[in-house]
Design a protein around this ligand. Sequence first.
Ligand SMILES: [Ca+2]
Ligand SMILES: [Ca+2]
Ligand SMILES: [Ca+2]
Ligand SMILES: [Ca+2]
Length: 340
Amino acid sequence: MKIQALGMIFFILLGLMLVGCESTSLGVSDTGSQQADQQSAAVSDNVSAQQTAPEPSGTSEEIASTENSTSSTATQNASDAPSTPDTSADQKYDKVVTVEEGDLVSLVAKAKDPDGNDITLKFSSPLNAEGKWQTKEGDKGTYSAAIEANDGKATTTKNVQIIVKEKNKPPMIKFIAPVTLKAGDTIRFEPEVSDPNGDAVTVTYSDWINESQYITSDRDIGEHSVTITASDGKLVDKKFVKVTVIPKNNPPHIEDMQQVVVSEGDTIKLQPKITDPDGDPIHVTYSGWMKGDTYTTNYDDAGVHTVTITASDSKAVDVKQISITVKDRNRAPELDIEVG
Ligand SMILES: [Ca+2]
Ligand SMILES: [Ca+2]
Ligand SMILES: [Ca+2]
Ligand SMILES: [Ca+2]
């Protein structure tokens, strides 16, 4: 009974040491400032491994899986490694440590022997002899490590699962060209975003507008900058897009024209009245029966003809067709007299 009681104390002490420093000693550090193993020894008595080990049957398995973790198979496991340990993993391990590639894993084991025996601590791979592991890019995966405390006669083992998550990389927004639009038009951003880690990406808009979509008005005429931010929750990518709102163009207007009626031999000069609300310069072209604004009819032109007038401000056009009636003109007979 006494031996068993002492064994229990030893187990509880070791357990408390390992579990008790959960938040600090088993944490993660980029600087590696944490102390490695802290060993303490004390009295002596015989405590068998079977009595002290918390889960004797599981111990050998865990050590075996730890050895595997140093080989390349650990990396292959990475792809299907859960980002958070499932319940079964929780039960299997005394501790689960989650870090990101590049972090330093630093475990501190505090062992105490109720008998005062000298204790030897042993960390299995991927931890080094000090219980540390400097992870690097490519280490993504789930690993098992065993920590053993041996008093020369008995061994107590704690199993730690180390989950190394892929190093987070910022999302990326594909280049967005500057935008020019007319007042009254709707601007709509549909940026292409991606995340190298496949993280969910949130896109937000700031500066000139706070939404992906906006209906402009005359008040918006001018230059603006929109900041598009893509975030995976930790890292961001930003793109600044220049937006220019120009006045809305109004097409030129050709006023209605009266039908033109001339007689053969007359000269037609078309003078359409054309206006542009924006005051834009207008270019006028003629097509159809006439190729310009002026035409002198000949004696074969009698009939009804159509001329198309096109007025352009180089952004928009107005088109009108007019009808031109050319009346036949009678020519007096020619008469020459010769002396026979
Ligand atoms: Ca002992
Ligand atoms: Ca990411
Ligand atoms: Ca115009
Ligand atoms: Ca004629």
